[in-house]
Design a protein around this ligand. Structure first.
Ligand SMILES: *Cc1c(COP(=O)(O)O)cnc(C)c1O
Length: 237
């Protein structure tokens, strides 16, 4: 989107995003109820979160812990569901385990053990998704597909965590077919795991640019930032 294009209001952008989700669901003959919209509010102010909340949005995704805490700690609405979708540094697991309801980016046992150890006992188990490095990119987060079964077996035995599914971010700049191949591999992996782990149901995949393909391939959670809140400045906080 060129910078000169004015971004619609958050309320209008949410309507547009739900229409895109509904359209993608219709195309693939799925029910729109199967796909949850996660509003990615990273780098955006709490005011934007509240505006989206007032339009009915409840699930919000954050990448950067400090940026997220400023919003989580000052947010007046107790029914917001916070999802951590950024890279997890192991020295941040205590705060993540205390402040978030979901973590999408689990990719190693050590972090799983720490999240479990730090999950406060008055809270329900932390919902976790295992991130898969589905495009086999060097230096990218996520477990390799051939290591997934072993990690699932480990994580599923850890208390205070509820393993709910898988997440991926396919390589950027690929053709639609390559993108779909990646998403389809995720769906196959999820389906295979479900035989032994019936609670593994979710597929967190699809962002502003590839939402339609992700839904066509079986996504159950799309993570949308730019299309709802507008472009972000390139610098991270
Ligand atoms: C930033 C981010 C998103 C949202 O991306 P948009 O292209 O702005 O919709 C989704 N998932 C993850 C992991 C992200 O870091």
């Amino acid at each position: 989107m060129p910078l000169s294009t004015p971004h619609p209001t958050i309320s209008q952008a949410l309507i547009n995003t739900h229409q895109r989700i509904d359209g993608a669901c219709q195309l693939s003959m799925r029910s729109a109820k199967e796909v949850m919209l996660l509003a990615v509010s990273k780098t955006k102010p709490l005011g934007d979160v509240i505006e989206a909340y007032e339009c009915g949005q409840r699930h919000f995704g954050e990448n950067y812990l400090q940026d997220a805490l400023e919003k989580i700690d000052h947010n007046p609405h107790s029914d917001i569901v916070w999802h951590f979708i950024g890279a997890i540094q192991s020295n941040k697991t205590k705060t993540i385990a205390a402040k978030f309801d979901w973590v999408h980016t689990l990719d190693r046992q050590k972090v799983a053990l720490r999240l479990s150890q730090h999950r406060p006992s008055h809270l329900p188990p932390l919902n976790v998704l295992i991130q898969v490095n589905i495009s086999n990119e060097a230096n990218k987060s996520g477990v390799a597909l051939d290591q997934l079964d072993a990690l699932v077996e480990q994580v599923s035995q850890i208390p205070n965590l509820l393993l709910r599914g898988l997440m991926c971010i396919p390589a950027a700049g690929q053709t639609e077919q390559v993108q779909r191949d990646a998403f389809n591999k995720m769906t196959i992996a999820r389906d295979q795991l479900q035989h032994s782990y019936p609670r593994i149901k979710e597929l967190s995949m699809g962002m502003s640019g590839d939402l339609t393909n992700a839904i066509a391939c079986g996504s159950t959670m799309v993570r949308i930032g730019t299309d709802i809140f507008g472009a972000r400045s390139t610098s991270t906080p």
